[in-house]
Design a protein around this ligand. Structure first.
Ligand SMILES: [Zn+2]
Length: 418
């Protein structure tokens, strides 16, 4: 064993009885191959019962892909020992220190894959590392649930519930967020009341208590209202203000779409109305100026929407909000704009839950930011074929998982700040 092989023994982080015995470069294929061997006569613990000092029964040749050495793909080859245990009688393969069992990658390779997966689509990683994307998914499928299993949810008291689609309009998943810490707690397929049941079970499995959840921020869907009432019985429901504004935007767009047939000037104005007026472009300011002289229904709808949004940004107490919302409610009812009359009834039907938001200042605001990260990952990946893959990626990006292997190229854990 020359100085070169002992250098690589160190570089691979190997310890006795394991060492690098040969290094072969294949310049043409840009590959480097490490032969790793255990010292002859070594004894190993039984992988089944743990009995120490069992002699080697036989070996099986195996190969693992490791981190690249510069432009060279790197492979570790070893004859993996099996012991026939004198204690339990079983014959089993000894785990090797550089890879988890069953994986064709070394642990550092796995860690590198995880670090990359936070930043780029799995397909890109697969192309970059020249391996199949199914193998990349298998790495994530192992480490992400394993890391999640170690997370502690015992201090969770405020939960935000939200939904997203794995692709445009397909396979909905429901996301449960910890509103105090701003982390994704749980995600599962579907968007019905049972998702809340599944969440409550998962919360218990992580040391949490569904009865200790005192606040839930949700949209006004019947399914979530019913699910929270049943499975988070002590949670006061707050209706998410972002969802209320979304509904107002939808009502505004409905008014505009009905009116555009008689008023062609409204064509191509959709985004101007939906956008915050403070971020209008010059052209949009001009467009609004022109349109507002026409006394359009859409103009009235716009003022209703803007006023509602102002209430949510300016009211500081529940009493103040109730007064402002009552005035808005009367205005919307008299507006002769059916979508806003309907919205007014919806708000009235969820009145307490909307006002609760002004007591606790609870909103899915942090959730929106986290969802932004998840949506960005979805956009990079052009959607996910399987809801399961979206869920894995959501945990990886937003779960604040503290038990994932650290990136081999940083000294910190690579964990995102909360
Ligand atoms: Zn044994």
């Amino acid at each position: 064993m020359g100085p070169e092989t002992s250098l690589f023994t160190m570089a691979l982080g190997l310890q006795a009885p394991w060492s690098v015995t040969d290094v072969r470069f294949d310049a043409q294929r840009k590959e480097i191959h490490f032969d790793v061997r255990f010292k002859p006569g070594s004894r190993f613990a039984c992988p089944s019962c743990g009995a120490a000092d069992q002699p080697v029964h036989d070996t099986r040749p195996r190969t693992w892909e490791h981190l690249r050495f510069f432009e060279h793909k790197a492979f570790i080859h070893a004859a993996v020992p099996r012991v026939a245990c004198s204690q339990c009688g079983k014959t089993g393969q000894v785990p090797v220190p550089w890879a988890r069992s069953g994986s064709g990658f070394s642990q550092l390779f796995d860690a590198f894959v995880i670090a990359l997966a936070r930043e780029m689509p799995v397909k890109t990683i697969a192309d970059l590392l020249e391996v199949g994307d199914d193998r990349i998914w298998r790495v994530l499928d192992h480490y992400v649930p394993a890391a999640r299993a170690l997370e502690d949810f015992s201090d969770v008291t405020a939960v935000g519930i939200d939904e997203t689609a794995s692709r445009r309009g397909h396979n909905y998943i429901t996301l449960f967020h910890d509103l105090d810490v701003g982390r994704l707690l749980f995600a599962c397929e579907g968007r019905d009341a049972d998702t809340v049941k599944t969440f409550a079970e998962d919360l218990r499995a992580h040391g949490g208590d569904p009865d200790a959840v005192t606040a839930a921020c949700i949209d006004m869907s019947r399914a979530y209202i019913a699910g929270v009432a049943r499975h988070l019985p002590n949670a006061a429901i707050t209706f998410d203000r972002f969802h209320v504004i979304q509904l107002a935007n939808a009502a505004l767009e409905e008014v505009r779409r009905a009116e555009v047939r008689e008023k062609p000037a409204l064509k191509n104005s959709r985004w101007m109305w939906l956008k915050d007026k403070h971020s209008w472009t010059k052209r949009q300011i001009h467009q609004h100026h022109e349109l507002s002289r026409m006394h359009l229904k859409t103009g009235r709808a716009f003022r209703l929407k803007e006023t509602l949004r102002d209430i949510f940004t300016t009211a500081t107490t529940r009493a103040e909000a109730e007064e402002l919302l009552t005035t808005w409610f009367r205005w919307a009812r008299r507006s002769k704009l059916p979508p806003f009359k309907k919205l007014a009834s919806t708000l009235k039907a969820h009145w307490d839950g909307i006002l609760n938001g002004f007591d606790s200042a609870l909103s899915n605001g942090s959730v929106e930011a986290i969802n932004g990260l998840i949506q960005a990952a979805k956009a990079r990946a052009r959607g996910y074929r399987k809801a399961r893959n979206l869920i894995l990626m959501a945990y990886l990006i937003a779960g604040n998982l503290s038990h994932l292997p650290a990136s081999p190229y940083t000294t910190t854990s690579g964990r995102r700040p909360a």
